[in-house]
Design a protein around this ligand. Structure first.
Ligand code: NAD
Length: 513
């Protein structure tokens, strides 16, 4: 009999195994999953080798070729996703707590981001699977006796490579639209944050997903991730991570001409216009750069302020930041949790030093918070620099931490120019009481998402992805489903009359019988 849960208990803590062909696969080697807020080992996990990747891809290919899932009618595929959404909702508190322990994310955010969004995502793609135009009858204009059909077909084995920052949301973004379209999937999850994808796999299995259609391996990037990207039987790679790794993924995928979807870094410009509602803009700005301790690609990390309200805005921003509570992610009153690990903390502190060295003015934070409760764990205070110029490193490079760079501007034209002066183009924002004015600015911004009087609003209805070096392709919305399909054109010639056909272009006039 198959055992059901992704974990077994080893040495008194949960141990995650990989999910291949509908069952759990363990290894002698293991990863230790560290709680970023306490440095305790919260779980261990199996450690994939390239041989596990080969097995997972072979199984996924077999499942695809057998067709047990891709030939399942869309309404039945939708029913599996619906059942999974219901099962996930029933385990909301438990899964959010696991996720918070694994990522350092405050529990209030984890409830929404690690369970609420994935659940809505499953429901949304269930509905879309029912209503999507899988086959489109297409008349061929001027050829009355020809009829055309365009079928949206799956692509085959799709690989999803997930980073550690939002392991739940990104695992569903990489797998659910792909599955909805009838593909087989191999997910490679980050070795620091494997739990959600494995829980999801078990939930989907119990909801009726056939064995082998979704497989989850836990492994590092340079060997396991790279092997998956290069695998000749993988037809599409959907990657989320840094721009540097994205470049490498794209190069490796080019060897076998795979479709590549990339969601990469950002350096989001946040433009406050002089007529903005300041209470709304101050809170929204903080939400924009402090969510998950700033470890979000779509964060608003460059705040562009007009001279007329600059000082008042900075005073209000600092006063509001003083009210935030940093600390235990499992405490529901916590606003800011821990950062992922020591490497991440040192990287962020390094950028804070560079801001000071390059002459920016530190107006809030700037280090690790004081107090015995921060002796263990990895912490960085929300940090704000004023007097930043767009050529400083803190304005150009993705810090992936709670650091805001304030840049003053004199005219809206100048603000737009500064906003667009970046290699990135993921998210941007505009604050104004005048919607038309804000829309005019939004039109001029080079970013895949622009929020007006808001931030981080990633509804499953709207496409999300980058302009410029922030990525290729779109997640969320109907576009994401389409990304995991390929078009097949089928033409039916209903004419029995040889003389009406184009054959004559090559064969000349048909002989008379
Ligand atoms: P990363 O690029 O180091 O790793 C991301 C994933 O890729 C991990 O699973 C890693 O194991 C794997 N990987 C690493 N090298 C690989 C290789 N050569 N081949 C295949 N896979 C490889 O990024 P990270 O530090 O884990 O995540 C943070 C980055 O992700 C940030 O730069 C952030 O902006 C970006 N991010 C982007 C989005 C988005 O939607 N645009 C969302 C979240 C995070």
């Amino acid at each position: 009999m198959r055992d059901e849960a992704p974990t077994v208990t080893k040495n008194g803590i949960p141990h995650y195994r990989m999910f291949i062909d509908g069952g759990w696969v363990d290894t002698a080697d293991r990863y230790e999953i560290v709680n970023p807020a306490t440095e305790d080992i919260t779980a261990t996990a199996a450690k994939a080798t390239t041989a596990h990747v080969d097995t997972a891809v072979a199984v996924a290919r077999r499942a695809y070729e057998e067709g047990s899932w891709r030939r399942t009618p869309p309404v039945e595929r939708a029913a599996v996703l619906d059942r999974a959404a219901t099962a996930l909702a029933a385990r909301m508190e438990e899964i959010a707590t696991i996720s918070s322990r694994e990522t350092g994310m405050p529990i209030r955010s984890a409830l929404a981001i690690a369970v609420g969004f994935p659940q809505m995502h499953l429901q949304y793609y269930a509905e879309l699977t029912r209503t999507f135009e899988w086959v489109r009858p297409t008349p061929i204009t001027g050829q009355v006796l020809h009829s055309g059909l365009v079928k949206k077909e799956p692509i085959g084995v799709c690989a999803g490579i997930c980073p550690w920052n939002f392991p739940a949301s990104i695992a569903v973004w990489k797998s659910i639209p792909a599955l909805a379209a009838g593909n087989s999937v191999v997910l490679k999850v980050d070795e620091k944050t494997p739990s959600f994808a494995l829980e999801l796999a078990a939930i989907l299995r119990d909801a009726g997903l056939p064995d082998g259609v979704l497989n989850v391996v836990i492994g590092d990037g340079p060997t396991v991730g790279e092997h998956l990207v290069k695998h000749p039987d993988v037809r599409l790679v959907s990657f989320t991570g840094s721009t540097a790794t994205g470049r490498r993924v794209m190069a490796n995928a080019s060897e076998t001409i795979k479709r590549v979807l990339l969601e990469l870094g950002g350096k989001g410009p946040n433009i406050v216009l002089d007529d903005a509602d300041l209470d709304l803009a101050v809170d929204g700005t903080i939400y924009g750069f402090v969510l998950h301790a700033g470890q979000a690609c779509e964060s608003g990390t460059r705040l562009l302020l007009p001279a007329s309200i600059h000082d008042e805005f900075v005073d209000r921003l600092v006063a509001r930041l003083e009210t935030l509570k940093i600390g235990d992610p499992l405490d529901p009153s916590t606003d800011v949790g821990a950062v992922m690990n020591a490497t991440q903390r040192e990287r962020i502190l390094g950028y804070i030093e560079s801001g000071k060295t390059e002459g920016a003015r530190l107006v809030h934070g700037g280090g690790t918070p004081a107090g015995p409760e921060f002796d263990r764990g990895f912490w960085v205070e929300p940090t704000v620099f004023a007097g930043v110029t767009n050529d400083m490193r803190i304005a150009r490079e993705e810090i992936f931490g709670p650091v805001l760079s304030i840049i003053a501007y004199d005219s809206v034209d100048e603000a737009v120019k500064i906003a667009n002066d970046t290699e990135y183009g993921l998210a941007a924002g505009v604050w104004s009481r005048d919607n038309q004015r804000a829309l005019d600015v939004a039109d001029r911004l080079e970013a895949g998402s622009v929020w007006i009087n808001d931030w981080h609003n990633m509804s499953q209805h709207l496409p999300f992805g980058g302009y410029k070096q922030s990525g290729i392709g779109r997640e969320l919305g109907p576009d994401a489903l389409a990304e995991f399909t390929q078009d097949k054109s089928i033409t039916v010639d209903m004419s029995g009359d040889l003389s009406r056909r184009a054959y004559g272009l090559v064969l000349g006039t048909p002989p008379k019988h």
